[in-house]
Ligand binder design. Sequence first.
Ligand code: GDP
Ligand code: IMO
Ligand code: MG
Length: 423
Amino acid sequence: MSKVNVILGTFYGDEGKGKIIDYLSENADASIRCSGGNNAGHTINVNGVKYAFHLIPSGILNENTKAIIGNGVVIDPKVLITEIEELKANGHKVDNLYISDKAHIIMPYHIMMDRLQEELRAGNKIGTTARGIGPAYSDKYERSGIRVEDFISERFESLARDNIMKKNKIFSMYGKEELDIDKTIEEYKGYANYLRKYVVDSVDMLHTMLEEGKNIVCEGAQATLLDIDFGNYPFVTSSNPTIGGVLTGTGIGPKYIGEVYGVLKAYSSKVGEGMYLTEQNNEIGDLIRELGHEYGTTTKRPRRCGWLDLVALKYSARLNGLTGLAINHVDTIGKLDKIKLCVAYEYKGERTTRFSTNMDYLKECTPIYEEFDGNFGDISNIKRREDLPENAKKYLDRIEEVVKVPIKFIGTGADRDNMIIVK
Ligand code: GDP
Ligand code: IMO
Ligand code: MG
């Protein structure tokens, strides 16, 4: 039976999932995005060209791989069309793109509502990407969402009209500008016409491929600590970027799941608000940000940076049933003289490896660090783990020893080829 290999973020996003997906898609028949929207930004560097995908699955660059936007995704059609056009401008045909008829559409009122809600949160902002993600998922669960199949049908006009009328009442209540109903509908009908040819019944398509023994990879967006259930709520996104979201966001049962790779960086980073225990809000954090070019792919915000937290990583391994780790930016951390690794927390005077996103618990926890030597030198062309410098080996061995999940990929640079595939 063919299996779906899954790639998930283990921390707060931006671990380098795009690069791993691109590699795994090379030999896959399909790559499918299962959750989130254009809050994601997945970077792939190929021969000096930098691609940043927000909605299009990172497998798209391999023309023989079907790149599917799954039902669990929320789609801003304007952003998707821009991405398609950019790919075409770079010489890609984009004939291998497919969009699930059950994915939901992000409408302009979702983006306006995202901004309004952040404004109303005043001192308790989440720091969202302001892309309308939360409001689009809220409407999906409230059952007033517009699915792709509605978007491309005659139903669209009346659904959109009802929704915009309701949202305009809220905007007017808060003294905000209202949407022009007819103009918005006309504009979005144009987007629907453009995207129509990509729409498929993705559930049937996936299962037919599985029955034919095809090789499929699933691209997670966001990450475990941003999960609506398991992340540090409310500083999370509005979907399940963990393993459960893979099943509901694609329509495949657990028996089809093969490898579950958890992607992390050799340090950690976060955008947006919320508690982050190993953050280095000091010159070390600033140095990591500069060495790793840690500025958001989507919003360009400077990312908060810090040491790798193995207590949180173990939580992520448990939740997702990780079968392998992909560690990126080993080259970046290796530029430091000394590296710290959080192996446990001190909680009320006791050592613990229990992670919880309970804020009252986390407030009482202090990271316990082990120190490692850095200065790995140039590792960008190394292709075997055993050829890495001793300092890098010691650091990676310790991560594996604590988390008890084997390392399968080691990132040694930003380019597609800067990677060690552990045999
Ligand atoms: P994603 O959202 O998980 O796909 O990650 P992003 O693309 O938002 O951020 C990861 C960043 O790290 C991108 O700029 C990548 O090009 C870069 N990157 C990925 N792996 C490596 C690596 O091993 N070394 C270095 N130096 N950069 C990497
Ligand atoms: P990738 O797939 C990093 C964060 C936002 C904010 C919170 C809620 O590139 O790893 P939202 O707009 O989703 O309502 O914002 O979630 N966030 C991400 N941070 N990488 C991402 O995606 C993210 N997607 C959402 O910064 O803190
Ligand atoms: Mg990203």
